[in-house]
Design a protein around this ligand. Structure first.
Ligand code: MLT
Length: 326
């Protein structure tokens, strides 16, 4: 006759094996519903555009839609705080960048999240070289003239950006520290609207990610003085590098990447990382990103560990640069 004790033991074994099965089983079936991807800036800007290109393909791989939610404010830190506090079930993610997940640390002493402690890195999506851009009728003709003009008119020229700690803010802070000027700064909720203001001639200049700039430069609605990378970009062959234009000290490239709230299961993170990698290998996705001047990460740079290391290094890099200015 089966004793109560042996029955209980058998049940415990059965339960344990069910539990052991349930954890990987849950991850294998993920996702069972749509995923929200928070974008911490306005629609139409570089983070939004990169997110839409890559998540469009990821959604096909995952068999569920990925809904972009633009949450603006405080240089992207409002959205990033929300993402840090979201359930860590794989259904709320964020596309962060060099600003939200590195530069914000020294610039916001009361930042409500820490990029390393509150997030799981998923995948790097794109590198985005920085350009010095101006409204098309801004008087300086080239970078040397731009520097002289901004220095001579610092009290009246203005630089648009996407809020304290955004890429556009930090990139121009770096430029301003190199050329030693403090112009007026004009914040927007993203460089999508900031670019509209530049095209409309309401602001003078901006340091922006290439993805936002290529269509406007090619349409002749703004001017580009230089790209802050070692080489020219194939999408903008006529735009000189900062070295060619006489300011080699100014080198700047941002990046955009996907993160999940801390504690998201490793299986879900692996599923998302694989879907992002598949998107970055897709011919159409690659063409769209490359046409906008993005730098597509090589496979070795797409791992979760590589993104974790990038975030750590970027915080270490930007903290001494930005701390005195904060
Ligand atoms: C955006 O998408 O608007 C930008 O990434 C903002 C920025 O950081 O400059």
């Amino acid at each position: 006759m089966t004793s109560i004790r042996s029955l209980a033991g058998a049940c415990a074994v059965a339960l344990a094996s069910m539990c052991a099965f349930a954890a990987p089983g849950q991850a294998q079936t993920y996702p069972t519903r749509s995923i929200t991807m928070i974008v911490p800036f306005a629609a139409g800007g570089p983070t939004d555009v990169i997110s839409r290109i890559v998540t469009g393909h990821m959604a096909q791989t995952l068999g569920q839609s990925i809904i972009i939610e633009n949450v603006v404010g405080a240089g992207g830190t409002t959205a990033t705080t929300r993402a840090a506090r979201a359930a860590n079930d794989g259904y709320t993610l964020i596309t962060g960048h060099m600003g939200t997940h590195a530069a914000s640390v020294p610039l916001y002493p009361k930042l409500a999240y820490h990029p390393e402690k509150d997030f799981e890195p998923i995948a790097l999506l794109a590198g985005t070289p920085i350009l010095i851009l101006a409204r098309k009728d801004f008087p300086p003709k080239d970078l040397k003239e731009f520097i002289a003009y901004v220095k001579a008119n610092a009290e009246k020229v203005n630089a648009a950006h996407a809020g304290i700690g955004s890429v556009s803010h930090v990139s121009c802070e770096l430029l301003h520290s190199i050329i030693d000027v403090k112009p007026i700064s004009v914040p927007f909720n993203g460089t999508g609207p900031a670019m509209n203001a530049l095209v409309g001639g309401q602001v003078d200049y901006m340091c922006d990610q290439i993805v936002n700039a290529v269509p406007q430069i090619n349409a002749g609605t703004i001017k580009a003085y230089a790209i802050a990378t070692a080489e020219r970009n194939p999408s903008l062959p006529n735009v000189p590098t900062t070295t060619e234009a006489g300011l080699p000290a100014y080198q700047a490239q941002a990046w955009n990447a996907i993160f999940a709230p801390k504690g998201t299961s490793p299986a879900i993170l692996a599923t998302l990382n694989a879907a992002a990698g598949k998107a970055l290998d897709d011919e159409n996705v690659r063409k769209r990103l490359l046409d906008l001047g993005s730098v597509i990460p090589a496979p070795a740079d797409r791992t979760q560990a590589a993104l974790g290391t990038l975030v750590k290094n970027e915080i270490a890099k930007w903290t001494p640069v930005l701390k005195p200015a904060s």
